[in-house]
Design a protein around this ligand. Structure first.
Ligand code: NAP
Length: 338
């Protein structure tokens, strides 16, 4: 059978565009070997971390290879099986995104229960972005009632959940995002306390001071660069800065990166600055994350927001949209009906 998949054509030197991707048809074996399954992908995730993986640089995860299929989170359905543990109809999560079908053994496939959550939730609110928001806010950020929390990239997959988790914990929550529609969603759907469109502000530090006049206790940073710099000028004494992402820098060659100019504020204000990669914390915090998130959702304290594009041919567009701010909440590609 034929499966369509997306290959990396060349490595971007700055911002990627459609020319870096190619839709390729490939043959998936018709006959399975012992223990193998055939999976039809239903949903795939596009995530900012995929951009650094397009560079030929060693990191916590290996780079993508030119001329090969990309990879990333996906949820699929087993449609043929020679594995007793993975009968037809099993939902499986894998890193075999960016393709419609694949054959696999048991290794690399996580069985997912979809009786209470939608399959695609495992790529967003109940998956990697969700636990990133949870651990960064509750464990590393130690958010507590009464804190003023400020979130950059506040209307994205991680940011939208950070905002709502902090609200559920009794914090006063402020955020910035890149469109008036996102600001409206933050104020009227996520019900945070203040928000602004950073694209309308010439002076980011002054804009933060406007929404956080008494300063910030906890800054959750998804953007880095100029927005990190601006927030550093608004931290309260002994404030905490959680470095989750630095998307402003992902497309910039290292010589063109903005750089942080206000780090001296960390000394004067006694700040704690903590970066993290969620994979180092998943095992320890998965159980509490699932319980707390399910409870908050049940209580109506957390809304799940998604932006969905349809079809494998739109996967590059979905990915590129992360860098132009095309998504409100989690960006997903729907590959097939169940
Ligand atoms: N540490 C970890 O383990 C971990 C795990 C997951 C994600 N992350 C990081 O967390 C951040 C958010 O990830 P996500 O999956 O939730 O993505 P996302 O926020 O859903 O999507 C990316 C968003 O970033 C904003 N953006 C893009 N380019 C920008 C720029 N140059 N300046 C300012 N904002 C820009 C856009 O929103 P606007 O319209 O608001 O500009 C866009 O919608 C990323 O930096 C990601 O790498 C880290």
């Amino acid at each position: 059978m034929i499966s369509r998949e997306i290959h990396l054509v060349k490595r971007p030197k700055a911002a990627p565009d459609a020319s870096h991707f190619k839709l390729v048809e490939t043959e998936v074996p018709d006959t399975l070997e012992a223990d193998q399954v055939l999976v039809k992908n239903l949903w795939m995730s596009v995530d900012p971390y995929m951009r650094p993986r397009m560079n030929d640089v060693k990191s916590y995860i290996p780079p993508y290879q030119v001329g090969e299929v990309l990879e990333g989170g996906a949820i699929g359905l087993v449609i043929a099986s020679k594995n007793d543990k993975l009968p037809i109809g099993t939902y499986v999560e894998s890193m075999n995104g960016w393709r419609e079908y694949f054959v696999s053994g048991r290794r690399g496939l996580g069985i997912r229960d979809t009786s209470h959550v939608a399959p695609q939730d495992y790529l967003g609110i109940m998956g990697m972005p969700g636990i990133t928001a949870y651990v960064g806010t509750t464990v590393l950020g130690a958010a507590k009632a009464g804190d003023t929390v400020y979130v950059s990239g506040a209307a994205g997959a991680v940011g939208s959940l950070v905002c709502q988790i902090a609200k559920a914990l009794g914090c006063t929550v402020m955020g910035s995002a890149g469109s008036d529609e996102k600001v409206d969603w933050l104020l009227n759907s996520a019900h945070i306390d203040g928000a602004f469109n950073y694209r309308n502000e010439a002076n980011q530090s002054a804009a933060i001071a406007q929404v956080c006049p008494k300063g910030i206790d906890l800054f959750f940073d998804n953007v880095g660069g100029s927005q990190l710099d601006a927030a550093l000028m608004n931290m309260r004494k002994n404030g905490r800065v959680i470095l989750c992402g630095s998307i402003e820098d992902y497309n910039a060659p290292s010589k063109d990166r903005q750089g942080v100019k206000n780090l001296f504020r960390a000394i004067a204000m006694g700040l704690s600055i903590k970066g993290f990669i969620i994979f180092d914390y998943m095992a320890d915090h998965q159980k509490a994350f699932v319980e707390d998130m399910a409870r908050w959702r049940g209580e109506g304290k957390i809304q799940n927001q998604e932006t969905i594009l349809n079809g494998i041919e739109r996967a590059p567009e979905a990915f590129l949209g992360l860098f132009s701010g095309a998504n409100l909440g989690k960006m997903l590609v729907k590959l097939a009906d169940e």
